[in-house]
Design a binder for this molecule. Structure first.
Ligand code: HEM
Length: 173
């Protein structure tokens, strides 16, 4: 079976593999600085995940206006599918894997700030799941949600991101 190296999924897998090898190499090569290297890659993955989570609902807002079957609607379908598969999904996986490693390494499970952060991240991941379903529904011309719905939903990842970053940087609890 020939591997389609141009397929968006293939490039995402390569990106995930390279990030995994880089993180493992940093942990073994610089054991004393491993925590900071992993924290740095964690934040890079977070930025990619959030960029996608803030942009995807914007595409949904404009897609609501594109007539079904039109060239514009078909283009939005490709953009939404690729954004999800090549950027948002791999970035979420790296954010979770490295975040859990950091929490385990630092034994941070029962810190007040981390518990609130973790709940907010679970809500963000649920929002990710909802967006994944919406990409499928738009892809099948089955979206029933209005533009104003997507405008309101667009604020959810923003608010969760603000809570998460304040918790992990300021640690008010
Ligand atoms: C997916 C589950 C996640 C887990 C388990 C997790 C866990 C952690 C842990 C344990 C640290 C290290 C804290 C330290 O020692 O300073 C950290 C750092 C950080 N996390 Fe996460 N995180 C997750 C997702 C996120 C998300 C979604 C965001 C942003 C929207 C985020 C933003 C950050 C930032 C900015 C730092 C660096 C903080 C600093 O260096 O001062 N994390 N994360």
């Amino acid at each position: 079976m020939a591997i389609d190296t141009n397929a968006p999924g293939f490039r995402a897998m390569v990106g995930l593999g390279v990030t995994g090898v880089a993180a493992a190499a940093a942990i073994f090569t610089f054991p004393d600085q491993a925590y900071d290297w992993v924290r740095a890659v964690h934040v890079i993955a977070v930025i990619s995940w959030m960029a996608g989570m803030l942009y995807l609902p914007r595409l949904f807002i404009y897609h609501c206006n594109a007539p079904k079957g039109s060239q514009q609607s078909e283009t939005f379908k490709v953009m939404e599918r690729r954004l999800l598969r090549v950027i948002i999904n791999p970035a979420m996986i790296v954010t979770w894997v490295l975040g859990l490693w950091l929490a385990w390494h630092g034994d941070l499970w029962f810190e007040g700030w981390f518990v609130v952060k973790f709940v907010a991240v679970i809500l963000l991941s649920a929002c990710h799941g909802y967006f994944g379903g919406a990409v499928r529904r738009f892809g099948n011309d089955e979206n029933t949600r209005s533009q104003s719905h997507w405008r309101i939903i667009n604020e959810v990842p923003t608010i969760l991101m603000i809570i998460i970053v304040i918790m992990v940087v300021v640690r008010p609890l």
